[in-house]
Design a protein around this ligand. Sequence first.
Ligand code: ADP
Length: 655
Amino acid sequence: MANLSLKHIYKIYENGTRAVDDFNLEIKDDEFIVFVGPSGCGKSTTLRMIAGLEEITAGDFYIDGVLANNLEPKNRDMAMVFQNYALYPHMSVYDNMAFGLKIRHVNKEEIDKRVHEAAKILDIENQLDKKPKNMSGGQRQRVALGRAIVRKPKVFLLDEPLSNLDAKLRSAMRSEITRLHNVLKTTFIYVTHDQVEAMTMGSRIVVMKEGVIKQVDTPMNLYDYPENIFVAGFIGTPQMNFINAKLDYNKDEVLLKTDFKDISCSISDISRIDKINIINKKDIVIGVRPEHILITNKDDINAIECEVSIIENLGNEANIIVETINNKEKLVIKTIRNDSLNVGSHIYIKFDIKKIHLFLKEDEQSLLNRMPKSFTINAKLFNKELTLLNNKILLNDYLFNKINGNKELLLNIPVDALNIGNDFELIVTKKEKINNKWLYEVKLNNEYLYYINDNYIDGDKLNLSIDLSKVSFYDLNGNLILDKLNKDNIIDGELTEIKKKLPCKKNNLVDVDLYNKYLLALSNNDTNLLKELNIKEKVRKVFNYKLLNTEIETSIENIIKIYGLLGKKFYLHHIAYILNADNLKMEERGEIRGVIEEIIDFNISKYYKVKLIDLDKTIIIKDNDNKSNINDSVNILIDKDNIGVIDKDFNVRLI
Ligand code: ADP
């Protein structure tokens, strides 16, 4: 059993192929994780990086909390099962299973015990004397599994293990492997391009496309709440129907305007949508699963007239393919069998509005996220008083001037801009537990507000405050008046070479884990541990951050990390640093000089826009207690442990 943690993992092959792109995943010790996605999306590469068979280009990989990027495969305690079983043809089943243990010098009795245990689990006890060539594909794959089981690894890695088997055997082996996971209760990571395998086996599924994770969730959540068009289309057969549409509204009615019908729905049907998309009449894609298209009658306000073009009867169910009369758009419907329907029949259908999915056309992301990310509510600004949701907030001069006087507004509020506080008192209309978090819904005057907290809050009252620096202000026509504050300052910089004594192993590798153990051994004066670590100190060329004309010494962990990456394949000339406003301070001893251009005061938090002296750039700094004024010169102190580093040539986040 092992906990695995993958943080900002990248793989860029020598030829420039970007196989895995910013992969982040936490795997708990007895999970069955499936990587699924079309061929070439980076599943095997990720698995091979976990196994140690492929070098990690950038990012951190931890096994049980210990950095393992440079750990030899044989020391990872993982066993891999491949598509081609790679059994030794001249050896018996017994010897095939025992081989890995023999070369690890496990004693004979132990080998015998483990081979028999594994054979029993796999039901091949009476086949141990056979040669692989006399066995069926399914039996051979069982031997390959047996070879992994006898090693008692912490993690099983399975790369398309069933692809060579016929459909019937595949289905039998699927349940076999699930059973094996239940018996062994250890971490399984399983790679497949087959969505049925993924849906039936995984406790959680990682859906990938072009090296990027598109969603990580349980099988049923992927089906019910796909976060984007790719996942929606990848999971489920027949595939979800996708229809281009435009959002519009008419009083309290929302319209989904398609080429064949203006579909009407109430805001309560799609309450999780951020209203700003409706006001801005965004182009969207409606997603509707075949089982969520219902046959209705002509009088239904959302009825769509169609002609039946194909009927596929599947026993008690049928897939019916229809074409809309208006523009011949094809839709697939899944219903119980209906013998009165014929090809050529005219029928009326409607979408089950409570079950539809809406995706924004421009980024293909869901507009109806299970956990809403933002919402938009109406507000009125009068004499510096902002009235929203039957509550009032007093604005200070900065915001009042920026908004430019009294007017009606729309406030676009990210869910994370709300905190427990004293600005509002609201009555909760719904509480829902989603993936270990609590979602609170407030409905007031046909407007919806969402708040997320890790904990359950008793009673029906929510007392909240709002971080106005995260809010975007619009007029009633959806034109932006004041955008949220962007607090990520990105500054071009360099790395400078310096020389430092670093602990090295025989193979010259330096890693953070080794370094920490080394420090521990030194501080405890633990000569045994020092000996065991087999470390030499060597002067190495490493790097410091150079920002403007200032060199900033980084933490040793970061130096090693960049060194490890650079030493391998990067020749970084173009670096950018991400400095979050919260990690900067104005202090006498600060390294970087600037002049205050603007003071941005949001009631509870205060920010400064500072123009840097040596660079044509302004940055944002949070400082609630500072008393500086506009045009004051200031020194800026950087929290050197919290600098993000981006390689601009490869577009990779290194730290
Ligand atoms: P999957 O397992 O999802 O089919 P892979 O991880 O095998 O995908 O491959 C991901 C991408 O990396 C593909 O574009 C593939 O062509 C490329 N790739 C895989 N191995 C190498 C390699 N050794 N050198 C260069 N490119 C590779």
